[in-house]
Ligand binder design. Structure first.
Ligand code: NI
Length: 139
């Protein structure tokens, strides 16, 4: 059964719309509306997690990219992770090139705590990029 939809008018700067169209062109969307629906769903999902209540639990992955030559970064990241061994389940380290390392950290526990760990890891000097993929766990 087809879901009932509402029509809305949205004003966007032409450059932003061009970038969006270029991006969805390669992603296999049948039309712009379908891509916008997905973008809105993703926005709601991400922001819902941001306001997760104290008890909500989730499972996810924190990814980090950092330059291991920077003095102390490896030790700092390891020390930090040891403080949260109740939440961190596993860790994979990939040597990307001469300078850069990627770490994928599997986490499970309170979403607020996972976000806290991610923020602390991200704020560590030497970390160039980080991301958090998280799925809520229903109890
Ligand atoms: Ni490495």
């Amino acid at each position: 059964m087809k879901e009932k939809t509402s029509r809305i008018g949205v004003s966007l700067p032409p450059k932003l719309l061009d970038r969006f169209d270029e991006m969805i062109d390669g992603m296999g969307y049948a039309n712009r509306s379908e891509a916008i629906r997905d973008a809105v769903r993703e926005y709601i999902y991400k922001n819902k997690l941001r306001e997760a209540d104290e008890k909500a639990k989730g499972i996810g992955v924190i990814s980090l990219i950092y330059d291991h030559h920077l003095h102390g970064v490896t030790e700092s990241l390891t020390d930090l992770q040891h403080n949260y061994c109740d939440v961190i389940q596993s860790n994979t380290h990939i040597h990307l090139d001469h300078h850069n390392c990627m770490e994928l950290i599997i986490v499970e526990g309170k979403i607020t705590k996972i976000q806290d760990i991610k923020n602390q890891l991200t704020a560590t000097a030497g970390v160039k990029h980080s991301d958090l993929l998280i799925n809520p766990v229903e109890e």
